[in-house]
Design a protein. Structure first.
Length: 87
């Protein structure tokens, strides 16, 4: 186990629900975090590639995309494909 994995495990120790995934946008851009599972919802933050994000286990299909709710390192909705959910 790498130091990064140990740190992630410690940070997520008290976070409940879902599982943790690593943000991967496929390029240099950050992943937008939205207030609701919709392209028209407000962007409330962003996460850079390589960031650990914890899902709550809630998933929604909207605007032709799959969305995953996250609760770490911030709360919001992210495109599921960015976290490796290809369903």
């Amino acid at each position: 186990m790498s130091d990064k994995e140990i740190i992630i495990d410690q940070e997520l120790e008290n976070v409940s629900g879902g599982d943790y995934r690593i943000v991967n946008t496929g390029d240099y851009r950050n992943a937008a975090i939205r207030s609701e599972p919709s392209l028209s919802a407000a962007v409330i933050g962003s996460l850079p590639n390589g960031t650990a994000a914890n899902t709550t286990g809630r998933f929604v299909r909207a605007d032709g995309r799959n969305w995953a709710e996250i609760n770490y390192p911030m709360w919001g909705w992210i495109k599921g494909s960015i976290l490796g959910y290809d369903y």
